[in-house]
Ligand binder design. Structure first.
Ligand code: ADP
Length: 648
């Protein structure tokens, strides 16, 4: 990453434009993504609404179907009562000719009103009761009751037997009393089981209470056996006797007392019985041949539906859920049925969000149907789509930012190269200018014969020679570098003595070093240190290193050139005690046109191609260049070359 201050350097306008374009593009992308998300949400909400509307239509159709079917079944039951134990969904009341029957019987614990009131033929027992109570002649009373117990009239027979048992009980003739009760009970049981006419004895009321029940109760009291009491309880829970509420409660508590365990009556049957008791008036007064109604009993909704033909009426009492099961939608759809006052009859609904409503006017149902959704939109699907969209937008934004970054970097890089090239041109021109100026001035002096004496002339000739050689070396150096860069430079390898090579190059710099009061110190093995190299190219490389040491360490009196053999490689190092090279520049200075801080500090002109050339040449010889340097402690450039023959 480039540091921030690098970015703030010119070309600022170009970078600012790029930054702005990127910013605008990223914002546009973000806005687009957000818009898309918004649209997606709206579409999803629309889809959810449609789903609810469809669910509402489906629910309305299903409920209508269920209601019609129930009505039809009721119509059938009106003529042919359902099988025993049916219907499953509720309590069916069949009212015919003033008598009420409940199906299944166990759902009605007591009757709302005694639908029948057969005469208790009390008159028949008047004489016997006079004997029993007023004259206190139990034996005669027993006689009288026994006679009546053989009557053809079931009611008289039942009344006589119950009274007979009573007198016998009072007279402590318990066994006989039990026998009398048993007769009533068994007559009742067999008759009820077979449907024979003797059933009248069982249900015949004695003092308003069915004789069978009185007998059963008395028997369990007499025997003290819990099995008898259990049988009594079972009869009560199965709704065997047509009882009033008060009678049921009394005998239920009696059964509890006799079993030694007071339990509440079955909740389901108690609820149905209560509903029938409370709405009986309405049911019995209803004149229309068909109808339905929702009633609220103890904060619970109940549904009544009836069909009638003259003299017969069938009423079904159910919980609304049994008919409204279809409103429970699938998935997150919540269905609810509300009555005219807005009370929830069945199901449930969400208070927030969209609701599909079907009014009774539309559906011809007795309720308003509400379809709502637990979630406002399909959260899971929405979330995954949102995530995908966000990811796509984030990816595009990242690409955009990365693209902009690389473009900016490329611009900076190209600019840096352009700057380096222009620096190079100006540096090279400068290098050319000083020898050219002195050549021109000296040639002028010589041409116009303005030389004072012969020795001076010789000095001028020497200077001319030196300057033109320098110029030639400069041009050749650049040409060499150009060839090297183009890859067309040819090397002529030969066996070369390292000591001789170093001595030759050092000798070239001797006059320059001596002139500035410095010296080049050489140190290395004299023998067996041969390299296989191009003498000209290797001289150029070494020359560059020595030249740099002299240029960048002007205050350092000695430049050391050392050579030797190191792990089967020949090393030639040039050491100075100059300013050194910072770590950050160590790699860069080997690149072409790159000039370091030392060049700037010493105000030394140069082209920045010297070290690049050194590296090029050494690499072509199969070797490498290393640099060890500490700022302030000088630098050591080392050329490492393979020892031994090498052919190209
Ligand atoms: P030039 O000398 O023309 O600048 P070079 O490629 O020879 O090109 O050197 C690149 C840079 O390396 C120089 O500008 C200088 O900053 C640094 N450098 C080279 N040799 C030395 C040295 N002996 N001491 C300090 N810095 C050096």
């Amino acid at each position: 990453m480039m540091p921030l201050r690098e970015w703030l350097k010119p070309p600022r306008t170009l970078l600012a434009i790029l930054f702005l374009v990127t910013l605008v593009s990223v914002s546009a992308l973000g806005w687009l993504g957000w818009k898309l998300l918004d649209q997606e949400r709206a579409v999803e909400a629309q889809r959810a609404h449609e789903r609810l509307e469809q669910a509402a239509d489906r629910a309305a159709a299903l409920v209508r179907g269920a209601l019609a079917e129930t009505g039809e079944r009721l119509g059938t039951w009106l003529i042919v009562p359902p099988q025993k134990g049916k219907p499953d969904e509720g309590l069916l009341l069949l009212v015919a000719d003033g008598s009420l029957s409940a199906l299944p019987r166990r759902r009605l614990l007591y009757h709302p009103a005694m639908p029948f009131a057969p005469d208790d033929p009390a008159n028949a027992f008047a004489d016997a009761e006079v004997l029993e109570f007023q004259q206190a002649l139990p034996a005669l009373a027993i006689e009288a009751y026994r006679r009546l117990a053989d009557s053809k009239n079931a009611a008289i027979r039942a009344g006589a037997m119950i009274r007979l048992a009573r007198v016998l009980r009072k007279a402590n003739r318990t066994e006989e009393a039990r026998a009398a009760y048993l007769r009533v009970a068994s007559e009742a049981r067999t008759s009820l089981a077979t449907g024979a006419a003797g059933g009248e004895v069982a249900t015949a009321p004695v003092g308003g209470v069915p004789a069978g029940l009185i007998a059963q109760h008395a028997l369990s009291e007499l025997s003290g056996l819990s099995t008898d009491a259990e049988a009594l309880k079972k009869d009560l829970t199965e709704g065997r006797w047509p009882l009033t509420k008060g009678q049921f409660e009394y005998y239920w508590s009696e059964a509890g007392r006799l079993t030694g365990m007071a339990t509440p009556p079955p909740a389901d049957a108690a609820a149905f019985s209560n509903v029938v008791a409370q709405s009986w008036k309405q049911i019995s007064q209803e004149e229309s041949p068909r109808g339905q109604n929702t009633v609220w009993i103890a904060d619970h909704p109940w549904f009544l539906i009836w069909r009638s033909v003259p003299g017969r009426k069938a009423v079904l009492v159910t919980r609304p859920e049994s008919l409204l099961g279809a409103i429970h939608g699938t998935g997150d759809v919540l269905g609810a049925a509300l009555d005219g006052e807005g009370r929830v009859v069945a199901g449930g609904r969400s208070q927030t969000g969209y609701a599909a409503v079907r009014t009774p006017a539309e559906t011809h149902l007795p309720w308003t149907l509400y379809m709502t959704s637990a979630q406002s939109v399909n959260e899971a699907g929405m979330l995954s789509r949102q995530r995908f969209l966000l990811l796509a937008v984030a990816l595009m934004v990242s690409f955009l930012i990365a693209g902009a970054y690389f473009i900016a970097r490329a611009i900076r890089g190209d600019l840096a190269v352009a700057r380096m090239q222009s620096d190079f041109v100006s540096a090279v021109s400068h290098e050319f200018r000083s020898p050219l100026t002195s050549i021109r001035q000296l040639s002028e002096l010589l041409a116009f014969d303005r030389v004072p004496n012969e020795s001076r002339r010789q000095v001028y000739y020497d200077t001319l020679l030196r300057e033109s050689t320098r110029l030639q070396r400069l041009v050749e150096g650049l040409l060499n570098f150009g060839r090297m860069e183009a890859g067309v430079r040819r090397y002529r390898f030969e066996q070369l003595d390292t000591a001789a090579l170093v001595a030759r190059v050092a000798a070239e710099f001797e006059p320059q070093a001596t002139a500035s009061g410095r010296r080049i110190q050489m140190d290395g093995c004299e023998e067996h240190c041969t390299i296989h190299a191009d003498p000209e190219a290797m001289s150029v490389a070494l020359r560059n290193l020595v030249d740099n040491a002299l240029k960048y360490a002007p205050d350092c009196p000695t430049i050391e050139v050392q050579w030797g053999v190191e792990r089967s490689r020949v090393s030639i190092s040039v050491r100075d005690h100059g300013p050194g090279i910072p770590a950050s520049e160590k790699r860069a200075i080997f690149r072409k046109f790159v000039r370091g801080s030392a060049a700037e500090a010493a105000n030394v002109k140069g082209s920045g191609v010297g070290l690049a050339m050194v590296q090029h040449i050494v690499a072509a010889h199969g070797g490498g260049v290393t640099l060890a340097s500490e700022p302030g402690a000088g630098s050591v450039f080392t050329i490492l070359l393979p020892l031994g023959a090498r052919q190209t």
